[in-house]
Write a protein that binds this ligand. Structure first.
Ligand code: GLA
Length: 376
């Protein structure tokens, strides 16, 4: 049985011939050409779908989620992520739309850290700090794809071997990211990695959601299972403090519109130009637990986020400035998308009191995040 079919009549025929009727609907991860990178490497777009009307298209360039259709409360499908129609637009540069981010998601102060007494120097690509893996992070790599279907759902497995010293990080890092779409309307992302030298790892996905499909995200109602957050300095590096959210605009322990307090005169909101902060999840990480729920009142769409990570970055698209035009000709103005990036805390390699992002030979890095979709 051929599990992955090109969208050609011939391949489709091969796929259909060995399937029972219900399998036919489930067992086709479609693949289409998405373009070529600057050095001529072809990349593809894979579409995973389920029997509840959810459909996600992912390219093996950067592991980017290009589109994600989910039903609203009337069953109408809409695309709820920011992105582009064409690879070319991603190649021109963009703020990590939908991408896998690594080796270290978010910031490392001054692009430096010391591990086992050795100092490592990374690219300083965000002022004096290191951001999202550096100049050529995982969001810009061509990953090796493998699409398959099993009882759990449709999968796209992406592999990448990051050479020793890439972007200044020690150790060859063997990374695998598996996207799974199941019939419970969950898009699950399983990250695993191994190394041949001690190193640091922090992988996430940087999807910008807009559950209404367009407009700003200020009316989206957010709940976060976090009683504390990590306040930052002017370079958005955590100060090390774990500050209670209670009595601050960072309290999302009860569902609150993202925009309700975003313009308040608050030092942390000023530094982030809105929300661009890591929240300390109540679960503490390790076990899969609910981190967040977002409800969009007009469409009725709900996004739940579950993760094994100890932290989550709420980023409210403060740096979007209307200069990018995406799918459907939409202009991505300030705060027209939000990210919930599951992660280890920013700058953990320099903060011994934070949960450790160190990975050693013989150990396995494992991280799982689930985006679950519904409507009410
Ligand atoms: C992250 C950061 C933000 C910003 C975006 C990309 O979420 O925390 O400060 O850099 O990525 O624009």
């Amino acid at each position: 049985m051929k599990l992955v079919c090109q969208t050609t009549a011939l391949a489709l025929a091969i796929c259909l011939s060995g399937c029972s009727k219900s399998q036919k609907e489930k067992m086709i991860v479609t693949k289409q050409a998405f373009g070529k990178t600057a050095d001529g490497t072809p990349v593809d777009l894979y579409t995973l779908s389920n029997n509840k009307g959810v459909r996600v298209a992912i390219t093996n360039y950067g592991g980017i989620i290009v589109s994600l259709f989910t039903p609203d409360r009337n069953g109408r499908a809409g695309d709820i992520v920011l992105g582009f129609d064409r690879l070319e637009d991603y190649l021109k540069g963009h703020p990590y739309f939908g991408a896998i981010v690594g080796r270290y998601a978010n910031r490392i102060a001054k692009g430096r850290f010391t591990l086992d007494g050795v100092e490592y120097k990374l690219a300083q690509n965000n002022g004096e700090n290191h951001l999202h893996g550096g100049l050529q992070g995982f969001d810009k790599k061509v990953w090796k794809p493998r699409a398959y279907t099993d009882a759990e759902g449709e999968h796209l497995e992406l592999s990448y071997l990051s050479p020793d010293g890439e972007e200044g990080y020690p150790g060859a890092l063997d990374v695998k990211v598996v996207y799974t779409l199941n019939d419970n309307n969950q898009l699950r992302i399983d990250y695993t990695a191994t190394t041949d030298k001690p190193t640091v790892v922090n992988l996430t996905n940087h999807t910008y959601f807009n559950l209404a499909g367009e407009g700003d995200i200020l009316g989206h109602v957010l709940r976060l299972n976090a009683d504390r957050f990590t306040p930052v300095d002017a370079g958005l590096i955590p100060t090390g403090e774990l500050r209670p959210v209670q009595g601050t605009p960072f309290d999302f322990t009860v569902p609150t519109p993202i925009g309700a307090r975003i313009e308040q005169d608050d030092e942390q909101l000023r530094l982030g130009r809105g929300y661009d902060h890591n929240f300390v999840l109540r679960s503490g990480g390790g076990e899969l637990a609910e981190a967040a729920e977002v409800y969009e009142p007009n469409s009725g769409r709900v996004l739940r986020v579950l993760t094994t990570e100890p932290g989550i970055q709420l980023y409210t698209g403060n740096f979007l400035d209307g200069s990018l035009r995406g799918k459907y000709g939409r202009v991505y103005a300030r705060r027209t998308g939000f990210c919930l990036e599951t992660q280890h805390f920013p700058d953990s390699p320099n903060k011994p009191a934070f949960p450790s992002p160190v990975l050693r030979p013989g150990q396995s890095y494992r991280s799982t995040t689930i985006f679950e979709f519904s409507a009410r």
